[in-house]
Design a protein around this ligand. Structure first.
Ligand code: ARG
Length: 464
């Protein structure tokens, strides 16, 4: 029999039961649901709404149900619809009449809002750890490659020399913003909704602060209508997750490109690559491709949630049951991607020789030649023009800038002297870019230190 069958004269159609049920996915929140119910029962007794004896029976029953569920000894049923009513049904069949008192002054609407918030809070703790781990790995790699020269690109055309460390640190910065967004999302998640009832609170004298304390929330929600119909936190989480995945997809794209024979900047470890069923020579960067591919489903979750919530009138509407699958999928996907990406990048081998060779061909030091002329008194726009002509000469004569004879240089500009060769040295070009935020080993070493300190602080401040 359904917990709500009183006003019905007919059984639900099987189709209705199947379509309406959420147990197949919301069962993942059973531990949160039970913890919330334990706190609720404790509060009901404290307020004299149930007796202490009733409270003890309810709490003991709930704990046993939790153990049995953990051990796989209890089976959820479709008939009981969702995780909340499944557990309540288990309780009533375990402890009898007293079990029917648990749902006093509570609705599934505030209950589900509580469960999702509790679930997401604990997942955010996990994701935060994974994110910081990836950041630490990037810092380690940057430290190792402070002097590894590589071409920096714009339009995927070689532009100016940078270092691999600087490139890693660019991703470190993206992930730093991601972590800040996650912490910001957590702040608004940390509100306890129980006591909002179905939509209009309750006439019982509840102690919401007590439940808040019991469940480790920082605040209580401030408006019952909003509390039961708010899913902003899920949308914010999926926004965070989408931006993070977008960042990882960019990095993945580069790693895939760099793994090609044409680039050969990186080789993934065998443990984190796959082969082809037909082509024996192949070693594919599938993990990076999958991270890139899975980015789409996380964006999908965000759009699904926004669309579910769009135009919904206050307060709870059943549409909102559609919040869980996209949210859960985003959580699972992000966790897996962070885990895989960290292992993949940590074990990858970066080919310094190839990177340096690629930096030398392709006029990545052309801007430096122009800067050289500026230092000798020429206006930048004129210097740009002169160097353009020098590059054209090089292309026509199959040379790089370092190979032009000094006499030939003098034909382009009398300002050029024999110190030009040292000036054009790729390593010098990078070392000169010492400006804060620049790629010089000196500047990146400072960024690295700041990053290390930041990670240390963030590890100590878990979701504050
Ligand atoms: N399974 C429901 C959900 O996930 C729980 C809340 C149901 N409330 C209701 N009034 N039907 O949203």
């Amino acid at each position: 029999m359904k917990l709500w069958s009183g006003r019905f004269t007919k059984e639900s159609d099987k189709l209705t039961e199947d379509f309406n049920a959420s147990i197949s996915f919301d069962s993942r929140m059973y531990r949160e649901d039970i913890e919330g119910s334990i706190a609720h029962a404790a509060m009901l007794a404290k307020q004299g709404i149930i007796t202490e004896g009733e409270r003890d029976l309810i709490i003991k029953g709930l704990k046993e149900i939790r153990e049995e569920l953990d051990a796989g000894k209890l089976k959820f049923t479709l008939e009981a619809e969702d995780v909340h009513m499944n557990i309540e049904t288990f309780l009533i069949s375990k402890i009898g009449e007293v079990g029917k008192k648990l749902h006093t002054a509570r609705s599934r609407n505030d209950q589900v809002a509580l469960d999702i918030r509790m679930y997401l809070k604990s997942e955010i703790h996990e994701i935060r750890k994974l994110l910081l781990k990836l950041q630490e790995t990037l810092l380690g790699l940057a430290e190792e490659h402070l002097e590894t020269i590589m071409p920096g690109y714009t339009h995927l055309q070689k532009a100016q020399p940078v270092t691999l460390a600087h490139h890693f640190m660019a991703y470190f910065e993206m992930l730093r913003r991601d972590l800040e967004r996650l912490d910001d999302c957590f702040k608004r998640l940390d509100y306890m909704p129980l006591g909002s009832g179905a939509l209009a609170g309750t006439g019982f004298n509840l102690d919401r602060e007590f439940i808040k304390e019991q469940l480790g929330f920082r605040h209580i929600t401030r408006n019952s209508l909003d509390a039961v119909s708010d899913r902003d936190f899920a949308i914010e989480f999926c926004s965070f997750a989408s931006i993070l995945m977008m960042h990882m997809s960019r990095f993945s794209e580069e790693l895939i490109l760099w793994s090609s024979e044409e680039f050969s900047f990186v080789e993934m470890d065998d443990a984190y690559s796959t082969g082809s069923s037909i082509m024996p020579q192949k070693k594919n960067p599938d993990l990076a491709e999958l991270v890139r591919g899975k980015t789409g489903r996380v964006f999908g979750s965000l759009v699904a949630l926004l669309t579910v919530m769009k135009s919904l009138p206050l307060a709870y509407n059943k549409d909102m049951q559609e919040d869980k699958e996209p949210l859960f999928d985003a959580v699972d996907t992000v966790k897996k991607c962070l885990l895989v990406f960290e292992a993949m990048i940590r074990t990858a081998r970066f080919n310094k020789v190839k990177m340096a060779a690629a930096t030398r061909g392709g006029f990545t030091n052309a801007t430096d030649l122009a800067d050289y002329l500026v230092n000798k008194g020429m206006a930048f726009r004129d210097a740009h023009e002169v160097v353009g002509k020098v590059v054209l000469y090089c292309i026509e004569n199959n040379k790089v800038l370092e190979e032009i004879d000094i006499n030939k240089y003098k034909e382009f500009s009398g300002l050029i002297e024999s110190d030009i060769y040292e000036y054009l040295d790729i390593f010098q070009c990078v070392a000169r870019r010492r400006v804060p935020g620049g790629p010089a080993p000196e500047a990146v070493a400072k960024a690295l230190e700041e990053g290390q300190n930041w990670v240390r602080r963030m590890k100590n401040a878990l979701c504050k």
